[in-house]
Design a protein around this ligand. Structure first.
Ligand SMILES: N[C@@H](CCC(=O)N[C@@H](CS)C(=O)NCC(=O)O)C(=O)O
Length: 202
């Protein structure tokens, strides 16, 4: 059976959401950060950097939250959460999925660390400021993309919404989502999904 190595509510929730949307039979393997299990020699045979998520099946082991989402949705392509290869919809699907982890996640991490998580004497106001600035620019781009659209690909929910939806959850936690009403409305739609509720209520 497939195994998800996770520590909610971190980025492992992206992979978990995809599994829950599809109803995949999987086993959750909790990797406790407080117990430093992610730094154990054993866990580093699963993820060499000691991070979550990681995903293991009978035939492969992989890590990187977005890559896991895209892989799982391709394995269940009949479920329609991943557009067909080579289509314009697939182009948008790749674009927004990579945009979320390459542009949004780093800015969210900077703001979270330098305004919330690091001890005060280690926080750098300039890093926080630049993170907020970068998120604001990305939020404006997303607001335009989502104008008159329920989801990134239009009326159809896809894996790109799982990837971005996790970033929205993170942005709400840092207090940055509320400056972008279109993103707030989009995130509210995602929160209605039973799979989202199963993942984020724990
Ligand atoms: N780009 C990676 C980031 C993975 C990552 O940094 N995960 C964090 C939790 S959100 C983690 O495991 N941190 C533990 C550590 O770095 O020690 C992904 O999206 O999977």
């Amino acid at each position: 059976m497939a195994e998800l190595f996770e520590f909610p509510p971190t980025r492992s929730n992206r992979a978990k959401w995809a599994l829950e949307e599809l109803g995949v039979d999987y086993t959750s393997r909790l990797v406790s950060f407080p117990k430093q299990e992610h730094h154990s020699v054993e866990y580093k045979t699963i993820h060499p950097l000691g991070r979550v998520p990681a995903y293991r099946t009978d035939s492969y082991t992989m890590w990187e939250s977005v890559a896991i989402v895209l892989q799982i949705l391709d394995e269940y392509s009949d479920r329609g959460l991943a557009p067909a290869m080579g289509t314009p919809e697939r182009a948008a699907y790749y674009q927004w999925s990579v945009f979320s982890c390459a542009e949004l996640d780093p800015s969210l991490l900077d703001v979270m660390k330098h305004s919330m998580h690091l001890p005060e004497d280690q926080r750098v106001a300039e890093i926080e400021r630049r993170g907020r600035q970068r998120f604001t620019a990305c939020g404006a781009v997303l607001s335009t993309a989502l104008h008159h659209r329920d989801y990134l690909l239009g009326t159809r929910f896809s894996g790109a919404d799982i990837v971005l939806g996790y970033s929205c959850n993170w942005a709400a936690y840092t207090g940055m989502l509320e400056n972008h009403p279109a993103l707030v409305a989009y995130y509210e739609r995602l929160q209605q999904r039973p799979a989202f509720q199963r993942v984020f209520s724990n």
